[in-house]
Design a binder for this molecule. Structure first.
Ligand SMILES: C[S@@+](CC[C@H](N)C(=O)[O-])C[C@H]1O[C@@H](n2cnc3c(N)ncnc32)[C@H](O)[C@@H]1O
Length: 258
């Protein structure tokens, strides 16, 4: 158990350090953050309400776009990540925008957060839980969050059997790319049960449907505009025509309150 846990972290760290080298080449310090065009991220940020004057933890902060966005909104942010390369990019963004007083970045794992109990007003996790040992991470989030504080996560879910089949049997074969690490796993019912067993309030929000668009990305790589448009319209139709199917979206937002 200990070994597999160590191995997962090594794989995650190595993968992110390599990715950070590539992302450094595309780095732009300016305000035009692509992340805020992601409807799921925007929904998760909105779910935290007014963050002005709040002390916030950005779990698995990556290249620091969300940390910077939250700092600009008036909160004091600590971003943690397992990858030194990612943390360097986050720090650079904050330095270049002269926001050093509002955000700090530390190398830590989400499974062992080096802060005291009840330290943070809110916790943000963008596409992070599914990279980690969910139970350990969630327990840490609960521990460091103040009573009444909110945590919000943008996550990949395993509810959609077609997507899970494609992920298991097609990704990485037949010229279909596999993004991300081999150790990550979309959240299962078991993971959601763990979250519900700890937090008094748990809400899952579906601001959009991410189904055929994901297959378009993986299989057609957005090469055919008419296919992309069809997938977009199909997902939108599904979203509005069958609200009960929204839980089949690959991406969803979880909001919890301690
Ligand atoms: C998919 S990226 C998300 C980055 C950022 N939150 C965003 O939404 O743009 C996942 C990040 O989590 C980090 N990570 C993976 N496992 C981790 C762990 N156990 N503890 C801390 N960070 C971890 C990776 O290094 C990577 O930067």
């Amino acid at each position: 158990m200990l070994d597999s846990s160590k191995k997962i972290k090594e794989i995650e760290e190595q993968f992110s350090d390599e990715l950070a080298k590539k992302l450094e080449l595309e780095y732009k310090a300016n305000d035009n953050l692509p992340i805020t065009r992601d409807i799921f991220i925007r929904c998760a940020i909105d779910s935290l309400g007014d963050v002005r004057g709040k002390f916030l933890l950005d779990l698995g902060c990556g290249i620091g776009e969300i940390s910077y966005f939250l700092a600009k909104k008036g909160s004091a942010v600590v971003g943690i990540d397992i990858s030194r390369g990612m943390l360097n990019l986050s720090s650079k963004r904050i330095r270049d925008n002269k926001f050093e007083e509002k955000a700090n970045f530390l190398k830590m794992t989400t499974e062992k957060v080096g802060f005291k109990d009840n330290s943070f007003d809110a916790v943000f996790g963008g596409y992070i839980l599914h990279h980690t040992e969910v139970e350990l991470t969630i327990k840490e989030v609960y521990r460091v969050l103040k009573k009444g504080g909110k945590a919000t996560f943008v996550e990949n879910f395993a509810n959609n059997k077609i997507l899970i089949f494609s992920r298991r049997y097609l990704a990485g074969r037949f010229g279909i790319p596999r993004y991300g690490t081999i150790t990550e796993h979309p959240l299962t019912n078991k993971d959601i049960k763990i979250i519900k067993s700890l937090f008094k309030k748990v809400k899952i929000i579906n601001p959009d449907m991410n189904f055929l668009q994901l297959l378009d990305r993986q299989i057609f790589k957005y090469r055919y505009p008419f296919i992309s448009r069809f997938c977009e319209y199909f997902d939108r139709w599904l979203f509005y025509a069958f609200p009960e199917l929204r839980k089949l979206s690959y991406t969803q937002v979880i909001v919890v309150e301690k």
